[in-house]
Design a protein around this ligand. Structure first.
Ligand SMILES: [Mg+2]
Length: 398
């Protein structure tokens, strides 16, 4: 399967969320935005229209919380203890950690409980990439998954529908994972490709399109933010140009979003990089800022995220609105919280947060690091394999 994009494809768009924090714009301007309709997830709809020339409407980075958000993208242990209201000495982080694990138990120690619920159900697996399948490293280009992890993901996909949902471009995450048998959702779910069944998708998804012959006849493409491609490309080039003087800054084009990594930027220069991105974004009211782990991400103002991508994939795989399906989503980032929330609502499935430190989350369970993710995936494979074997054995003696 060739996962290169087809740039001539139509797209489905959705209204923007009315959320001043997500938009990063002041409340006065919000009044100009159309409201998101309940149930509008899969409806054909209009783009958000925001007047372009409204200078001075976005506050300085120091007053609008950008810097605070940048600092909290990797919160110190002291802060975490305070957040969780744990009555512990400040140097007694272990107690805080234990308390957190009680609230979000390890998916490994809770494995029996998870598979107990999965009995007679079809499990669907959704996996983030960075920090989940690969370690977090200073250079995003070197965030490689191990062969053992690749083999674990391959084995999981033999038994369960499996999708990777990443903030990276779809082409890049496919290149890093390299498994043809999976669905891939790049750019936080705004660029989905996989063997999606059109028959299961509602009429409003009619602009799910078929890529060209080279990409495989069974493969479909869904790009809800396609119209934004030129805009993202333009802002990417401006970001590269304007941040080139900031040592350690790295700008990436994820096709439907652009990201500015400040992991390697001296903390003294964080205000400079924040101001730079802020100043550029002022000229792009149809784009918004989100905060990842030591990364500022610029995305289209549309009501689409990893949670919507999970719902879309479940629908297109014929797995939505069914009691016999258990979706499991594993991720480590703030952007994964949208997916955790979707699964938590209505008790549909399990979100598993990958984190070595306590964090507030919508997930049900936790895993400490990618090694534990691999153990969990291998446990699922072993369980399913044994289950399948015992069913075959039972049938043979009947
Ligand atoms: Mg991640």
């Amino acid at each position: 399967m060739d996962l290169k994009s087809n740039h001539a494809s139509p797209v489905l768009t959705d209204p923007a969320p009315i959320n001043k924090l997500r938009l990063g714009i002041p409340s006065g301007l919000l009044a100009l935005l159309p409201h998101s309709q309940p149930g509008a997830l899969f409806s054909s709809s209009k783009y958000v229209t925001i007047p372009r020339k409204k200078t001075g409407m976005i506050n300085d980075v120091r007053s609008n919380g950008w810097l605070d958000a940048m600092k909290s993208s990797s919160p110190p242990r002291k802060k975490l203890i305070k957040d969780f209201n744990v009555e512990a000495a400040l140097d007694d982080a272990d107690i805080a950690s234990c308390s957190w694990v009680l609230k979000y138990p390890s998916a490994l120690s809770s494995f029996e409980k998870i598979i107990d619920r999965a009995k007679n159900k079809k499990i669907a697996i959704f996996l983030d990439y960075d920090g989940t399948l690969s370690p977090i490293v200073d250079d995003p280009d070197r965030a490689l998954m191990s062969n053992e992890m690749r083999s674990a993901v391959r084995n999981v996909s033999k038994y369960f529908p499996t999708a990777i949902i990443s903030g990276r471009s779809r082409d890049k995450v496919y290149e890093l994972v390299g498994l043809k048998e999976l669905c891939y959702a790049g750019s936080h779910g705004m660029d989905i490709m996989g063997t999606l069944s059109h028959s299961h998708v509602s009429n409003d998804h009619s602009n799910c399109i078929k890529p060209n012959e080279k990409q495989g006849k069974d493969v479909s493409l869904f790009q809800p933010a396609r119209e934004f491609l030129p805009l993202i490309d333009e802002v990417f080039r401006t970001l590269v140009e304007n941040t080139k003087g900031i040592k350690g800054a790295k700008v990436e084009n994820h096709k439907f979003c652009a990201s500015v990594h400040y992991r390697n930027v001296d903390e003294m220069n964080w205000p400079t990089i924040a101001q730079c991105v802020h100043d550029i974004l002022k000229d792009y009211p149809r784009l918004r800022l989100t905060h990842g782990r030591k990364v500022l991400e610029i995305r289209p103002v549309i009501d689409w995220n990893k949670g919507k991508a999970v719902e879309f994939l479940l629908e297109s795989l014929g797995l939505s609105n069914r009691n016999d399906v258990l979706p499991i989503y594993i991720g480590d980032d703030r952007t994964d919280e949208d997916a955790f929330k979707v699964l938590r609502e209505g008790n549909r499935g399990y979100g598993i947060l990958v984190s070595a430190v306590p964090k507030e989350t919508n997930a049900f369970y936790s895993l400490k690091n990618p090694d534990e993710v691999m153990k969990f995936l291998n446990s699922l494979v072993t369980w399913k394999h044994d289950q399948t074997k015992s069913v075959i054995h039972r049938r043979s003696i009947e």
